[in-house]
Design a protein around this ligand. Structure first.
Ligand code: MG
Length: 386
């Protein structure tokens, strides 16, 4: 199944009172449009992105797409007079192999990858869906400043985007709308009027449309919220000492008459750090991502596994703030090697060495560590939303 997102940007944004179109205003130092495209770029269910923008903005948008390294954006198309005309222009350039189309407002940057993926899945199942949220406030119908009636709130939803459709359904809805000279306020309404049921996918109250200066301020607030909420993960690993093995810790080979038993290079320090990072992301543990039954990981350098976790962090929009680890072993002494270990971890995770701390200590002769049977490592990772 191939899914394409049509991201449609509006006009000049008169309600905003700024001279720049809304989609180019900055939130948290990043243009709204770049934030929005970034979500679809990362959503695994989306294969391609078509951008529809006012003709005058296409040059600037093209530069932003290039400098952001977005690889899914295949077309930039000039918009039409109304939003519906713009979406139609986008539909007209879709390649033949596209099965599902997600239409999204360029100025809804707080949509999430999970919600995009879910709405694509639901549209493939039902044919037509809209992301939306139940109405929280009481809605009144008002005529000449006077309440005409109070509308029953039960069953009322606010439609957001993305609205996602099987391609043939949306094509038919557009063909009929233009045949009848009909203009709707969203894409779902065009589909509803041809008798195809549209299903609601519960969205998020944070999936706001940036329309007024207050929305911009709220958007700033939300990006700050995201970056200030840290998560912490705890990792632990232990390995038994074995003859005829190398001792590798933190990617550094340490001279020793024996090493650690294990499927990979048995780098218990990196394994504990990986478990801490996965824990802070709520992504399970090392065994889930790298099963030791998989021959691909036999003898592999654990730094390669850490690279995989680095990429997962990027996909999950997480940034490593700090890592702290304690290695428990009786011998050999590690002090001479901890700087090299820190550098390996920092380089692999693309963070400063000062964000990595590694300590080593003995277990005072007690337990399996104290008796020299093996080593144990504890690690803590602190992550922020990037
Ligand atoms: Mg291990």
């Amino acid at each position: 199944m191939k899914a394409c997102a049509i991201i449609a940007g509006g006009g000049t944004g008169k309600r905003m009172g700024k001279d720049r179109p809304k989609q180019f205003l900055l939130i948290g130092g990043k243009p709204v449009l770049v934030r929005t495209i970034g979500v679809f770029e990362k959503a695994s269910s989306i294969n391609r992105i078509v951008l529809v923008l006012p003709e005058a903005d296409i040059g600037l948008a093209r530069e932003m797409v290039a400098s952001s390294g977005f690889s899914k954006v295949v077309r930039l198309v000039p918009g039409g007079r109304e939003r519906q005309d713009s979406v139609r222009n986008g539909l007209q350039v879709l390649e033949n192999d596209v099965d599902v189309v997600a239409v999204h407002d360029a100025v809804r940057p707080f949509i999430t990858e999970d919600l995009v993926d879910l709405s694509i899945k639901k549209a493939a199942q039902h044919g037509a869906v809209s992301v939306g949220v139940p109405v929280k406030d009481t809605i009144k119908s008002v005529l000449d400043d006077r309440v005409a009636r109070t509308i029953e709130r039960k069953g009322l939803w606010i439609a957001q985007t993305p609205q996602v459709f099987r391609r043939e359904i949306l094509d038919e809805a557009y063909r009929r709308a233009y045949g009848d000279g009909y203009y709707g306020t969203d894409d779902a309404s065009l589909v509803e009027r041809i008798g195809v049921p549209v299903y609601m996918v519960p969205g998020s109250y944070q999936n706001i449309k940036i329309t007024t200066p207050e929305d911009l301020a709220y958007g700033e607030f939300m990006t700050k919220q995201g970056s200030s909420s840290a998560t912490v993960g705890l990792g632990y690993d232990s390995h038994r000492f074995a003859e005829n093995r190398k001792l590798v810790l933190g990617g550094v080979e340490i001279p020793c008459d024996r090493g650690l038993e294990g499927h990979s290079d048995a780098d218990a320090l990196i394994h504990a750090v990986i478990d801490a990072l996965l824990g802070a992301m709520g992504e399970g543990d090392i065994g889930k991502h790298f099963p030791d039954t998989d021959p691909a990981y036999r003898g592999i350098s654990s730094l390669r596994l850490l690279e995989y976790v680095r990429d997962l962090l990027a996909r999950k929009n997480r940034r490593v703030l700090h890592i702290d680890a304690s290695v428990l072993l009786e011998r050999p002494k590690l002090a001479a090697y901890t700087d090299a270990m820190k550098d390996n971890l920092a380089r692999t995770l693309a963070i400063p060495s000062s964000s990595v701390s590694i300590k080593a200590k003995t277990n005072e002769g007690m337990g399996f560590v104290g008796q020299g049977q093996g080593i144990a490592v504890f690690a803590v990772a602190t992550l922020a939303h990037s």
